[in-house]
Design a protein around this ligand. Structure first.
Ligand SMILES: [Ca+2]
Length: 215
């Protein structure tokens, strides 16, 4: 396997008509009849985006899709500690809520973020996921060591998962919720560590205290 991820990775799904891999290697399991596909227009800036559906019944019942190509590799070496994306719950009026999470698998096992709620009929939302050790919990398998997975990620998965009950299938990876839903994704982007405002604020308060004492 060639570990390829870089800090500049961006999936914008803007490939022109007739391109070889417009879905940018995002996929579901082999048996799923609802593989993710590029929608040529309708993204947050009007450009192409990725559309994926779950049927609520087998096959293709779970809201989940994954990448084992450009998103595999050494996140620590590339200083990738966050992931941002634009998401749109396209399930329609009265549709299911999507609880979007990012999950990564590697020698340390599965690690997953907290869910971010994506209600239907709310349009495109810009979401930021913390991939630092404080933003991820171990969901099963491997040696449970954060560095082990993040230095050799073999799969990046995007799922809807409301509860912290983790069901890991073989090929399916970390299973998403069994819901009838449609998800739009665009601008899946690697990022650096998210600054901690609380820590910075504490330092500022500390400095103000020092300045006051000197006067
Ligand atoms: Ca796009």
């Amino acid at each position: 396997m060639i570990y390829a991820v870089t800090i500049t990775e961006l999936d914008d799904f803007n490939a022109p008509n007739g391109a070889l891999n417009p879905q940018e290697s995002w996929r579901e399991g082999n048996g799923s009849p609802s593989q993710p596909f590029q929608q040529p227009t309708g993204g947050p800036d009007g450009s192409g985006f990725l559309r994926d559906s779950s049927s609520g019944s087998s096959p293709g019942k779970n809201m989940q899709l994954w990448n084992t190509a450009q998103w595999t590799g050494d996140y620590l070496g590339q200083s990738i500690f966050s992931l941002s994306l634009d998401a749109n719950n396209l399930s329609g009026p009265g549709g299911e809520t999507i609880n979007l999470r990012v999950a990564l698998n590697g020698p340390g096992g599965w690690f997953v973020t907290e869910p971010q709620v994506l209600l239907p009929e709310t349009g495109w939302q810009s979401l930021l996921f913390d991939l630092s050790s404080s933003g991820l919990v171990h969901a099963g398998q491997g040696n449970a060591v954060y560095d082990s997975t993040m230095s050799a990620v073999n799969r990046l998965q995007i799922i809807s998962l409301e509860e912290d009950t983790f069901d890991i299938g073989g090929n399916a990876g970390l299973r998403g919720d069994t819901i009838v839903a449609t998800l739009g994704l665009d601008n899946i982007k690697a990022g650096a560590a998210i600054p901690e405002p609380s820590g910075a604020a504490l330092i500022l308060i500390g400095c103000a205290g020092l300045i006051r004492r000197r006067r």
